[in-house]
Structures are given as structure tokens and as C-alpha cells.
Design a protein around this ligand. Structure first.
Ligand SMILES: [Zn+2]
Length: 291
């Protein structure tokens, strides 16, 4: 029997999967990736993402991603709240309208992209981040965080608005920042980036952080693992995503193997551990038969 895995972060609604989404999911399932959590990036995608989650019976999150904050409008927050409310309303048989909504995300702060570091844009990012944290608290949803050169600022927000935790995705900060996130109820997401030999600090985090704090993710179609790059030059340039090196959820078990090796545990133990952790921080995943 194939081992069961959860891809805790996968953008299956991305245009890169437009032509072969069925095949991508079938490949994932054939290697034991039973469930994907699909975070959204902007309000205009919410409805399509919800339909996709229903159609493929996958989990999803709603939120406005920091890279999409420049074009975001305040009324997008109204649509976000309305969509959460509709999903969490009870139907006539007393069940949640849409139990596949498992988190608020992907939200956060990005202080890596130059445009987003300009003072006005920093303020706008902070505004959307805080507004969405408040919604997560109000609707008791865990949060999927985008962290890039922003861990301290994100932590400040989390101390001001106490949400129930969630996942700091593609985490690549310090041990101290990791520890603070863990204390606030967060697990840390690891994927393609830790498969590169030169990612020393990241590999150390992946190897040494407490076992209960680790979850796996592909972030597909982004962050391909090293084996999807064909040449040394391609790898060094982190060259653009082509059909040949697009990341996809079926890569997750091999990332799991890399992580198991880093931590010196068996693949089966690593799979079990990361699934338990993912379900703990995203409790609604318990309702999925495939999880
Ligand atoms: Zn993402």
C-alpha cells in the first residue's frame, strides 16, 4: 500500500495546471498524496477555487496573498468575509455548508520583492495582513502564512491578534523566529527549497526543529525540488518554470524522503508524523476521508 501524504500547500488553481489538472491530481494520488490544501491568492479567484475544491474533493483556504496586495481593494475583504460566512453557515441538516474551507490564507508580508518594500506598499501589506488576521480570529480559522524577509513583522501582528495558529509556509527564518511561531501554535512548512545541498541553514532547520512542528508542502507549481532542474546552469539561475520543471504535488513523497534522511528517521515515520502535524494545525482536515 502506498503511504499517505498531505500536501499542505499547493496552488492547483494556478494557470500552469490549466491543461492537465486531472492528470496532476491522479499522479499525486498514485504516489499516496491523498489530499492537497489549496490556498488562494486573490479575491477574484475565490469562487473558482471553491468549485475546484468541491469538484476534486480537496481542501482550500481563502485569503489575499501579499504579492497580490498591490492590486487588492478594500472591498476584497468584504468578499472574503462573505465567502467565509457562506462556507461556515450550517445547512438544513445542521452541517457546514462547505467543510473544505480549512484555513484563511495565503496571507502575510513579503519584504523581498522591491516594489512591496516601498513605504506605501509596506503599509498596504500591513493593512491587509491585520485585517485578515482579525477575520481569522473572528471565524476561528487557522492561518496559512507567507513569510519572506518578514518573520519579525509577522510575529508582531500575531502577538497583537491572537489567532489559533496554522502554518508558516516555505519557512526560511532563524531558529528563534521558528520557536516564536511554534509557541503561537504554528507548524513550519518545508518543501522543494530544502532539497538543495547548498541550503545549509534551511536543512539545519528541517533536521533540528521539534518533530511536532514540521509539515510538508510542494507550493506547486513553484519552488521545484533540485531534481526537476535539468542542468547546473538552470539550477543556479533558478530558471523560470517550464513544463519540464514545473513543480507538482506528486513530488511530495520524494521531498518527504529528503526530509526523512535529514532527520534520520524512516520514510513511514516521517509520513505519519507530518500528516498528524498537518491535521493538528488544520483541524478541519479530519473531515476528509482521503486524509
Ligand atoms: Zn503559496
Amino acid at each position: 500500500m502506498t503511504v499517505k501524504w498531505i500536501d499542505s500547500h499547493c496552488h492547483l488553481d494556478a494557470p500552469e495546471f490549466e491543461l492537465d489538472r486531472y492528470e496532476v491530481l491522479a499522479r499525486a494520488q498514485s504516489v499516496g498524496v491523498g489530499l492537497c490544501v489549496m490556498p488562494s491568492v486573490q479575491a477574484k479567484d475565490f469562487a473558482a477555487l471553491q468549485n475546484m475544491a468541491l469538484h476534486f474533493d480537496q481542501a482550500y483556504a481563502l485569503g489575499i496573498h501579499p504579492l497580490y496586495v498591490p492590486q487588492a481593494l478594500e472591498q476584497d475583504l468584504v468578499l472574503l468575509e462573505d465567502s467565509i460566512q457562506a462556507a461556515q453557515a450550517l445547512n438544513s441538516s445542521g452541517k457546514l455548508n462547505d467543510p473544505r474551507l480549512v484555513a484563511l490564507g495565503e496571507i502575510g508580508l513579503d519584504f523581498f520583492v522591491p516594489l512591496l518594500c516601498e513605504p506605501e506598499m509596506r503599509d498596504k501589506q500591513e493593512f491587509f495582513y491585520h485585517a485578515q488576521l482579525k477575520l481569522a480570529k473572528k471565524y476561528q480559522l487557522p492561518v496559512i502564512l507567507h513569510v519572506r524577509k518578514s518573520a519579525d513583522e509577522l510575529l508582531r501582528g500575531l502577538r497583537r491578534v491572537r489567532v489559533q495558529g496554522g502554518i508558516a509556509h516555505a519557512f526560511n527564518g532563524s531558529f528563534q523566529q521558528a520557536q516564536s511561531l511554534i509557541e503561537l501554535g504554528f507548524a513550519l512548512g518545508f518543501g522543494g527549497a530544502m532539497t538543495f545541498d547548498r541550503a545549509l541553514q534551511l536543512r539545519r532547520l528541517a533536521a533540528e526543529l521539534p518533530a511536532s512542528s514540521i509539515v510538508l508542502e510542494t507550493d506547486a507549481p513553484d519552488i521545484p525540488p533540485h531534481w526537476l532542474y535539468k542542468t547546473q546552469t538552470q539550477r543556479q539561475c533558478g530558471e523560470g518554470l517550464t513544463a519540464q520543471n514545473r513543480n507538482e504535488p506528486s513530488e511530495l513523497p520524494q521531498m518527504g524522503a529528503a526530509l526523512a534522511q535529514l532527520r534520520g528517521i524512516s520514510l513511514a515515520a516521517l509520513a505519519e508524523l507530518t500528516v498528524i502535524n498537518t491535521k493538528r494545525v488544520l483541524p478541519k482536515l479530519q473531515f476528509f476521508k482521503s486524509a
